[in-house]
Design a protein around this ligand. Sequence first.
Ligand SMILES: Nc1ncnc2c1ncn2[C@@H]1O[C@H](COP(=O)(O)OP(=O)(O)O)[C@@H](O)[C@H]1O
Ligand SMILES: [Mg+2]
Length: 349
Amino acid sequence: MSENVKVSIKNLYKVFGANPTEALQHVYDGLSKVDLLSQHEHVLGLNNINIDIPEKRVQVIMGLSGSGKSTLIRHLNRLIDPTAGEVEVDGVDVLKMNDRELRDLRQSKMSMVFQKFALMPHRTVSDNVAYGLSLQGVRRGEALERSQKWIDRVGLTGFEKSYPSQLSGGMQQRVGLARALATDADILLMDEAFSALDPLIRTDMQDVLLELQAELNKTIIFITHDLDEALRIGDDIAILRDGGLVQQGDPQDIVLRPVDEYVSDFIMDINRGRVLKVRSLMEAGKKGGEVEIDFDMALEDAMQRMKDEPSKPATVMKDGKAVGALDMRALIDAIERPAPETASGTVYR
Ligand SMILES: Nc1ncnc2c1ncn2[C@@H]1O[C@H](COP(=O)(O)OP(=O)(O)O)[C@@H](O)[C@H]1O
Ligand SMILES: [Mg+2]
């Protein structure tokens, strides 16, 4: 891969309890999270996580409640120290950082957006957005000026003097986002940032984030337990269970080839025709018929195009060139939810 790795997580373990280092030995010996708790009264938070997060992309981290998502993200800015393993940001080991470097990491390189917004209730929108800059020592006048740009960008012009309690949930999270962006940090950590919002507002916020990201190219680490959200905004998805990484990769690939039942359960209810794209199913290099479909088209749209000539494969076009073919049978097979035993191709426990 030509992409630069922004954050590298290596052999990361986190055990919560009175004597984590000792308890970790049992994990190395293969003890499960459940057994570690029942036999040794320690909680396995993270179990040998390895992920390289490329710069300028959206890395989604998914998993059921308690699977270790927040624990993982808090290691990145060292709000939590690992029991074992390494976290590198821009090639620098965060565990070796001194106080000044850590402060710089938290204030300038990364910003966090929280589910509960975490705004200061007694301060105005302007002051909330400018907060990170004032921590950095930026003069008030300049901080307010720079903040204004982000207030405008998230669509809150005119609300500068409002207090958080005067705003709706969606607007409050716009403030949270503007505050995170105002420091110019190139990594955004978003822990269930949109999960508390109503569905329509949530979709709006996803749009705001995607629009900004198209221009800003931040490295975004986005935690969610909502698959639709993950598929909408993630360039890559990592799925956690019981502190371990069960699958990571291109969202299309996860939907087409879930590694186990836990992952298939996650993707069970999605609209496969809308989520899956022609590019994931086409036969590259093969010649198709007269009907043309686009490389990045959703399968349900491709199906509309193909339905008048269902017996012939369609030609897949990318940037005005034919790059492959897709036949109706493959398309329908992919849209139909696979039977459980064919969903993974792996053995069930
Ligand atoms: N400070 C802590 N002390 C003990 N156990 C913890 C602590 N923080 C998290 N855990 C446990 O670690 C596991 C992962 O938690 P968390 O990262 O919050 O999951 P998620 O964010 O995916 O819901 C859970 O079993 C949780 O109970
Ligand atoms: Mg959490």
